[in-house]
Design a protein around this ligand. Structure first.
Ligand SMILES: [Zn+2]
Length: 465
C-alpha cells in the first residue's frame, strides 16, 4: 500500500512537473501591461517636475531643521495632490547638528588657505581654532596602527583615495575613514583631523558626511573635516618637502538639543490584500550645502512619480498595498529607517518586498534581489520584463538602499534597482549637488523601471522570502 501510494505520487509529480517548470512567472497579458506602463512613463516628465519643485522650493534640508520640516509639508502636499491614500507623517526626534564657520590654512612653510567641509557630528575647535603640525597617514589602517599618545597636539591627515566604479563599490571602503578618523586620532592624542574627501571628483568642493552616527553615544572625537581632492594633493606636495607643515583649522559646528524629524508615508491601498505591503522609498533629508538634487531628491521624485504612474496605469488598484516611504534623517545615521522598523515591527512579516532609490539619477542597469534561495528565479523573471530598458539580472545579495538596513535585517526581501553611479560620488555631499546636474529626461528610465517593477510585485500573488 505504502509502495503503491508512493508510486502514484511519483506518477502524478512526473505528469505535472514539466508543466509547472515551463509555465512563465508572468503571463503575456501581465508583461504587456508592464511594458505599456514603462512606455508611458518614458514619455512623462512628472519625475523631473517634482525634483525641480523640491530643490527650488525647499533647497537644502538638513535633518532636524525647519527646512526638513518644510520638505515634509511639501511631500504631503504633492502626495495628496496625486491622490494617494493615508498620507501621514511619523515624527521622531533627531540630534540637531549645525555647521558653523570652517576654514583651514597652511601657516608654514607655504602659507595659503585650503578648502574644507566639517564632517557631520564633528565637535568644534572653538573660534580660536587649533594649530599644529600635520602628520599624514595613507590609510585609516595606518592611523590605527600608530601607538597610543604618539600624535599629541598634532593634526592628523588621512589621505586615502576612493575608487570610481559604476556600482559605487569604492564607497563602502572609503567611508570608513570618514566615520572613524575623529575617534582613532583622538585616541592617539591628536587635536584635530583632516581626511581626503570621500568622493571621486577633482573639483574644489569638499565632501561632507556623517562621522560615526551622533546617535551612537561615546567619545566625542576631535574636530574633523574633509579636504577637497586638489587641496589634499596640495597638502601632500607640501609635506613631500620633508619639513614640518603647520596648519591652523577653525570649525565651529554646534550640537543642539534634539529636534523633530519624520518619515512621510503615503499608500495605494491594495484591492485584495491590503495588509500585504510593498515598500518603495527614498530619503527626504539632504546635507546642508547643496540642494540635494542627486542625494536624494532624485529618489524622492522617482518613487513618487512611479507610484503615481502605477495608479494612473491601472483600472483598479493593485492587489497589494504600495507604500511610499520618504525617510527623514537618513544622512545623520538612518534615524528615520530605525523609527520605521520600530513603528511597524508587528507588520514586517507582511512586508512582501522593499526597496529604496538613493543613488542619484543615472539609468538603472541591473536588478539585484535578496530573495529566498528558492525564489531567485522570480527576480530573474522581473529582470526579464525590465530588459527593454537595458536592465540585466543581477545577484541575490541586494542591499536595497541605506534605509533598508533594518527591514533587511528583519528578513524582509529587498531589491536594488542598481543605477549607474559612475559620476555619483563627484557630487555626493558637496555644495555642487544641484539640479543642473540632472538633465531633464534623466529620471524617465528610472520611473519606467520602478512602475513596471511595482506592478509586477504589487499585483501578484508571489512571495519572495
Ligand atoms: Zn542618500
Amino acid at each position: 500500500m505504502r509502495y503503491l501510494r508512493h508510486t502514484f505520487a511519483v506518477i502524478v509529480l512526473a505528469a505535472i512537473a514539466p508543466v509547472a517548470i515551463s509555465r512563465p512567472v508572468f503571463s503575456d497579458a501581465v508583461v504587456e501591461s508592464a511594458t505599456q506602463m514603462m512606455q508611458a512613463a518614458r514619455a512623462d516628465n512628472h519625475g523631473y517636475e517634482l525634483l525641480q519643485s523640491l530643490t527650488t522650493e525647499i533647497g537644502p534640508r538638513l535633518a532636524g531643521t525647519p527646512a526638513e520640516a518644510r520638505a515634509r509639508q511639501w511631500a504631503v502636499a504633492k502626495l495628496q495632490a496625486s491622490g494617494f491614500a493615508n498620507v501621514r507623517i511619523d515624527e521622531f526626534q533627531v540630534p540637531l547638528w549645525l555647521r558653523g564657520e570652517e576654514r583651514a590654512e597652511i601657516l608654514s612653510p607655504f602659507p595659503q588657505s585650503l578648502t574644507i567641509a566639517t564632517l557631520g557630528g564633528s565637535v568644534s575647535t572653538g573660534v580660536q581654532g587649533v594649530t599644529g603640525e600635520v602628520v599624514s597617514f595613507d590609510s585609516l589602517a595606518a592611523l590605527s596602527a600608530a601607538p597610543a599618545g604618539s600624535l599629541q597636539s598634532r593634526i592628523v591627515f588621512v589621505d586615502e583615495p576612493m575608487a570610481r566604479s559604476r556600482d559605487g563599490s569604492g564607497y563602502a571602503a572609503a567611508v570608513a575613514k570618514r566615520r572613524m578618523t575623529a575617534y582613532l586620532a583622538a585616541e592617539k592624542g591628536a587635536s584635530a583631523a583632516l581626511i581626503r574627501s570621500v568622493g571621486t571628483s577633482s573639483h574644489r568642493f569638499a565632501h561632507t558626511g556623517q562621522m560615526r552616527a551622533v546617535v551612537e553615544e561615546g567619545a566625542a572625537g576631535i574636530p574633523t573635516a574633509a579636504l577637497t581632492a586638489p587641496d589634499a594633493d596640495q597638502l601632500q606636495r607640501a609635506l613631500a618637502y620633508g619639513e614640518p607643515v603647520t596648519m591652523k583649522i577653525v570649525m565651529t559646528p554646534e550640537l543642539l538639543p534634539p529636534a523633530t524629524s519624520g518619515n512621510v508615508i503615503a499608500e495605494i491601498v491594495g484591492r485584495e490584500a491590503p495588509d500585504e505591503i510593498v515598500v518603495v522609498s527614498a530619503h527626504l533629508d539632504s546635507w546642508d550645502q547643496g540642494t540635494g538634487a542627486v542625494d536624494d531628491g532624485a529618489g524622492v521624485a522617482i518613487v513618487i512619480a512611479a507610484a503615481r504612474a502605477l495608479m494612473g496605469g491601472m483600472e483598479k488598484p493593485p492587489r497589494r498595498t504600495v507604500r511610499i516611504v520618504l525617510f527623514g534623517a537618513e544622512e545623520v545615521g538612518l534615524v528615520g529607517a530605525r523609527h520605521y522598523a520600530q513603528t511597524y515591527a508587528s507588520t514586517l512579516e507582511q512586508h512582501i518586498v522593499a526597496t529604496e532609490s538613493d543613488f542619484g539619477a543615472g539609468d538603472i542597469w541591473r536588478f539585484d534581489t535578496r530573495f529566498g534561495q528558492d525564489k531567485i528565479h522570480l527576480g530573474r523573471a522581473i529582470a526579464q520584463v525590465l530588459e527593454p530598458l537595458g536592465i540585466a539580472p543581477g545577484n541575490n545579495q541586494a542591499y536595497g538602499g541605506p534605509d533598508m538596513k533594518y527591514l533587511r535585517e528583519a528578513g524582509v526581501p529587498v531589491v536594488t534597482l542598481m543605477q549607474d553611479g559612475s559620476d555619483y560620488f563627484d557630487l555626493h555631499h558637496t555644495p555642487n549637488d544641484t539640479l543642473d546636474k540632472v538633465p531633464p529626461g534623466a529620471l524617465d528610465q528610472n520611473v519606467a523601471a520602478h512602475v513596471a517593477y511595482l506592478y509586477l510585485v504589487a499585483n501578484s500573488r508571489l512571495y519572495f522570502r
